[in-house]
Design a protein around this ligand. Structure first.
Ligand SMILES: [Ca+2]
Ligand SMILES: [Ca+2]
Ligand SMILES: [Ca+2]
Length: 140
């Protein structure tokens, strides 16, 4: 395994409970933009960028907890958002830029890419989804 993947996986172990909560749905659901059944790292990064754009409602290029009305980030959703920001907020200013998000390790992708070739096949996605579900039911 390549060193950067080991680093990403080490990060994944630390971040796993948070990750499982952030990604309640399939984290790769919208990622296969060319519909060939496989997700490349480039497609995954593009889907993260799109997620950022959805969250950056006032289009100022940063996401902060303060950008969200309290009512919208109650409970789990707010906690998820807070975790996503703090996991990727490199300069610890409480604001997440697009660059910070895209520079943070693609943990979910690295975990799912079992053969480490930078491409997620349908089988790898299914296996990752099953693992995620196991993790969730184990915590119930
Ligand atoms: Ca694809
Ligand atoms: Ca920041
Ligand atoms: Ca693969």
């Amino acid at each position: 395994m390549k060193p950067h993947v080991l680093v990403a996986l080490g990060f994944a172990v630390l971040a796993t409970p948070a990750l499982a909560q952030i990604q309640r749905q399939d984290p790769f659901a919208d990622a296969d933009t060319n519909r060939d059944g496989q997700i490349t790292l480039a497609e995954y990064q593009a889907s993260r960028a799109a997620r950022f754009d959805r969250l950056d409602r006032d289009r100022d290029g940063v996401i902060r907890m303060q950008d969200f009305p309290r009512i919208a980030v109650r409970g789990d959703r707010g906690a998820d958002l807070e975790r996503m920001i703090s996991a990727a907020d490199r300069n610890r200013d409480g604001a997440l830029t697009r660059e910070e998000l895209l520079a943070s390790p693609p943990v979910a992708f690295a975990m799912a890419d079992a053969n480490d070739d930078g491409v997620l096949t349908a089988a790898e996605r299914d296996a990752a989804k099953a693992r995620l579900q196991d993790m969730r039911s184990a915590r119930r």
